[in-house]
Structures are given as C-alpha cells and as structure tokens.
Design a protein around this ligand. Sequence first.
Ligand SMILES: [Mg+2]
Length: 409
Amino acid sequence: MLNNHWPRAIIFVDMDAFFASIEQLDEPTLRQQPVAVTNGMRGTCIITCSYEARARGIYTGMRIKEAQQLCPQLVQRPARPQRYAQLATRMSDALRDEISPDLEIFSVDEAFLDVSHCQKLLGPPEAIAALTREVINAAVNLPCTVGVGGDKTTAKFIAKEHKPNGIGILPPWQARDRLRDVPVTKLCGIAEGIGRFLAARGVHTCGDMERLPIGIMGKRFGYPGRRIWLMCQGLDPDPIHTSVSAPKSMGHGKVMPPDTVSSDVIRMYLLHMSEKLATRLRRHALQAKTFSIGLLTRQGWLGDTYRTATPTTDGAVISGLSKQMMDEHWRGEGVLQVHITALDPHPADGQLELFIEQDKEREAVNKTMDTINQRYGELVLGPARLLKRSDMPNVISPAWKPKGPRQTI
Ligand SMILES: [Mg+2]
C-alpha cells in the first residue's frame, strides 16, 4: 500500500489464554500441555485453559471433573492472582511507554491503544501492530493477538478473528464492507436484548443496519443506540478512556427471603438494586458501563459481568442488564441474595477525578470489593465451600485495573 496513513488507528491487544499461558511461562514442563486453571486446587470449574486443552474440547466454565474425563493428562493449576496482576501491570506499563500513552485497560488481559498520532514516529498501523506484539513479547514473553482498525469495535472484531497468536488488520476504508454480513450481536457491546429489538425490525447483520434510520436507535436507546448504529458501519466514535485511576466499584446487594423462586420477586429486588445504584452514581456525578450482576443460591453465585455500549446512570438500563442475566443464568434455583455492582464508576464528564469520598463511603466501597472477590471466588465453588470461605484464595476480578484501589484484588 502506498499511502498508509490512517485518519484514525486503534490497536486492540488481547492476551491468549492469559492465566494458563502464565502457568506455562513459569513452569516450562507445562508448555504444549493441556492446562486448566481453577480457583485453588479444590475449584470445581475451569477459569481458563491453555489452547492445548481447548483443542481437546475443554473450555472456560467446564467442570474440572468432566474435563479430566475428556482429557486424563489435563494438568490442573490453582490460580495465582497476584502473579497475573504483576504481569498485567508490566504489560500495560510497556505499552504505555513504548507504543502510546493513550491506553485503555479494557479488562485484565485486554487493552485498547489510540495510535492515530504515532504513525509518523512508529510507521503505518500494520507496523505498529507488529511492534505491539514485540513489546508484549519483550515485557512478558506471553502470546497475544493484536487487532488494528479505524475504531475500537473494528479493532476488537478483527482481533477475535485472528486468535490465537495473530495479527488482524482491518483498515477503516474496508470496515463497512467487511462487517456487512456479520451478525450485529457479534460486535462487542451489543447484547441479546438489543439484538432482539433489532431482529424485530429486520436488522440481523451490520449491513442491515443501514436500512434502519439512526433516529430509531437514538430514540429507543439514546446515545448508546446511535453509537451502535455507527459501530455497525465501522465508525464507532467511542474514544480511548485513559482514566484508569478513578474507578472504585460501587454496588448494592440485598438478602432475600430464603430460597426465593418467584421470578417476579427476584426481578423486583434486582430492579430495586438497579435504581439504588443508579441514584448513587448520579448523586456522586459518576457513571459506569460495566456491571457485575449476581444471584446467590445454595450452589454459589450465578451471574456475570455486563457492559453497556456507553456509560450510564440510568436504573432502567441497569435493570435491563439484570433481566438479561436472569435469562442467561437463572434456571429456577432458590435465591438467597441479589447483588449489582458498577465495576468502573467514573466522573460523568470524563475529566474530574477529584471526588474524594468520605470514610464512611470508603468503608462501603471496601465492603463491596469484598463482595466482588467472594463472587468471583464462589462462581467456582461447590456447596461445601460456602461454609469454608476463609481458606479460599482470592481470584482476580475481570474488572481488575493496574492502578488505583483495584491493584490489591
Ligand atoms: Mg484474552
């Protein structure tokens, strides 16, 4: 290509089987071996597994017993959150120093970089992608996949298409054509609920979106709706959010009448928690886009982390996510507690990080942190564990950030 300058260039870095790769890095005898990481040696579910294990049909969330039947030589390793956090920090520091300070830590093993203004110094985006892999290699010597696009959604999409250990390149002028036949729900941030709304209007693929006026999306979902419309054209306007030090989590939970099985009652509690959380976000002039939503049952916590396309302070939007969580995870089990936590609250104007909370607030925040840790621990616990929580190792939260209060998770 002769003219290689992209008007906007975003790099997405996604570590391959991050925790399992670290186990293989630190213990050479595990390399090329099927490895599964669990929460301690008594963890019952697989947190992540090496690609050698994946090749044998093993996947994240699978019961370790089932996996061992499928693959008797599977090596089970207990998670080492501190070590993972250490390498994630080393990785993000290297990217910030050597590629671009415009870095957004998206999750413990994923990051976005805006390299639009690095092209003079570092070369065309294709070259910066290759350099990014070299930087990661030098910093942590772990496999990763890199995607480059003209926007965040495109970069993430093309990275996923090239996993593991690959480089995906999708120039902005090819993005619209490339996305045309891709189902809208394959794009990051387009949840099933929005997918159903779109399907009812004949929009199944990104290409179909062009026939739906952007105003319809705007009217129904506000700015997030307009963003989604643009995402489908390869024009995601979302900027890199570099403010990693601001977030503290903020959550609300409630104990329910024991073994509640009425979906209406559970939904009512979730709605109540959504509204309480939204009110509190607004009171502190904060907003958030990542929410951990969970139900405590006698078997442990059910639930997941959900993201909205753009930050929200709207209880109805958060409640919508909790509905989605119930559809996806609840199968009629008796519920003991509900909990909703905003994992990334940040100032609504994206600038100020000066909201110093009072000690009482801080205490509440710490309590919430504990709840998150327990949640991720208990996701992989058997029923007996509920009684013996204290000897469980901490498990790193997907919301972990290298700087600020989350460092110690
Ligand atoms: Mg990954």
